[in-house]
Design a protein around this ligand. Structure first.
Ligand SMILES: Cc1cc2nc3c(=O)[nH]c(=O)nc-3n(C[C@H](O)[C@H](O)[C@H](O)COP(=O)(O)O)c2cc1C
Length: 449
């Protein structure tokens, strides 16, 4: 039986009552319950006044359960058991009915479930679930531990409380039935999602969580925002301004010609070519103050004009530029020499050769790093997803510029941020790599693919 389930109005729901009509409101959404019999209105009022157990709700045996289902589906209710020791709160509009538990079946924790401390609450959550469950009782946590491997219902449920917690976890899709219809990995779509990808997707898009999202400026007044570019690092190496007289290919022609070229020529890239590539893809052509933030203009777009991406050059084989790690000073259009070719920098070049299945290291590896706090100072929940979008914008810009300059470009899908952190000597959590791009001169005969 599930009569002990305690129902109350979800957080943030307010109730107004006029005559027989009770209206619930949350975040601009509204539901009105015209209670033909007063008992429906009375039931909603009970939900609002601290809540009520299912068993104690009295009313029309058909209309009352219908109303409860309607409220549950709309995310108007939260559920608790064990005197509030376990609370399930909808974080989005639920779409499922309460699934039944079969005492003959086996159950297991969803592979998407995770325990997470939020303030002083231990939350069990899942990107598959529309509800999050706060666990404040060790007995409930012990049941979660037993659910680590598929087990028959009888083995899992030893007490009445276990039965209640199981019902709640089942309803929230935190528990699935590995041999039944609800076998997560029996669904080819769900099977191909990895835990971290689905969590990232549902957390950074709206619709499946109720957390503040977007430009909330949550650190305003507590932490200073970062400037438009990182502080200069290393000894300055001047770069020539790009040549003005270069023959102009049309944008459409460049788009048509663009392709990934993984092998490089015998002739090393020159400092002039590297300088023009960096200038046309990523220079900071202007910066101004908007509110408390310094925003900037670059050839590629960036959310809020914040431009958190920094560019580093691992120069392996570059004429008139000693091998080593350099930082691109986007405001001055110059390089800062961070170090000579260290072991971690060399390993980055080798990794790039491996990723492009090339026998030789690229002449130059462009490492795109992000100053994470430049975005997370302003944006909540979406900061990292914005960074990845910006990497895409920059990579396409680099492809087009390299193509127009008759160079050999190739994006690289994976990279070692730990190695880069070691090469740069900064904190992994402050600034590290989020994208890589190989660059060099074109091979004499294009030996591609
Ligand atoms: C984000 C991204 C990651 C990529 N990663 C790699 C990679 O790791 N190794 C590689 O050889 N090519 C990589 N590429 C290049 C693609 O393989 C290439 O774009 C695709 O085969 C289409 O060929 P095209 O660029 O010549 O049109 C990547 C491209 C992008 C946009």
């Amino acid at each position: 039986m599930f009569g002990d389930l305690h129902l109350s109005l979800n957080k943030g729901v307010s109730m107004k009552s006029e005559g027989d009509v009770v209206t619930l409101e949350r975040d601009g959404h509204r539901i009105s319950i015209a209670a033909a019999g007063h008992e429906l209105a009375a039931a909603v009022k009970e939900l609002s006044a601290g809540g009520v157990t299912l068993a104690r709700l009295s009313g029309d045996p058909v209309r009352l359960p219908m109303l409860m289902r309607r409220l549950a589906r709309g995310g108007w209710l939260r559920y608790s058991i064990m005197d509030g020791a376990v609370v399930a709160t909808p974080v989005a509009r639920p779409e499922t009915e309460w699934p039944a538990l079969d005492p003959e079946a086996r159950y297991v924790l969803s592979r998407f479930a995770y325990l997470h401390r939020d303030g002083d609450t231990l939350l069990l959550r899942s990107p598959l679930s529309y509800l999050e469950v706060a666990l404040a009782d060790p007995r409930a946590i012990a049941l979660v531990a037993r659910l680590a491997a598929p087990r028959p219902y009888d083995e899992l449920v030893e007490t009445d409380l276990d039965a209640q917690v199981m019902r709640l976890l089942r309803h929230t899709r935190l528990v699935c039935e590995p041999d039944g219809e609800d076998d997560e990995d029996g669904d080819p779509a769900i099977r191909q999602w990895e835990f971290h990808d689905l969590l990232f997707h549902t957390s950074t898009r709206e619709g499946r969580h109720d957390r503040p999202t977007g430009g909330t400026y949550r650190f305003r007044g507590e932490i200073d925002p970062l400037p438009a570019v990182r502080p200069a690092i290393g000894e300055l190496v001047a770069l020539p301004a790009p040549r003005a007289e270069r023959p102009q290919a049309s944008l459409f022609e460049v788009l048509d010609r663009r392709r990934s070229i993984r092998r490089h020529g015998e002739r090393p890239l020159t400092k002039e070519e590297l300088g023009e590539f960096l200038h046309r893809s990523a220079r900071l052509s202007g910066a101004f103050t908007a509110g408390e933030e310094e925003v900037g203009r670059r050839p590629y777009p960036g959310g809020g004009g914040l431009h958190e991406l920094e560019i580093y050059v691992v120069a392996g084989k570059c004429a008139d530029l000693p091998a080593g790690l350099y930082h691109y000073r986007a405001r001055e259009h110059a390089l800062g020499r961070v170090s000579e070719m260290t072991a971690p920098a060399e390993a980055l070049l080798r990794d790039a050769a491996f990723s492009t299945a090339s026998p030789d290291s690229p002449q130059v590896l462009i490492v795109i790093a992000a100053r994470f706090q430049r975005l997370s100072w302003k944006y909540q929940r979406i900061a990292y997803s914005l960074i990845l979008k910006h990497v895409g914008c920059l990579i396409q810009t680099m492809y087009l510029v390299a193509t127009a300059l008759e160079l050999a470009p190739c994006a690289i899908g994976g990279g070692n941020s730990e190695l880069f952190t070691r090469a740069l000597g900064e904190s992994y959590f402050t600034e590290t790599s989020v994208g890589e791009f190989a660059l060099g001169t074109r091979p004499d005969r294009e030996a591609e693919e």
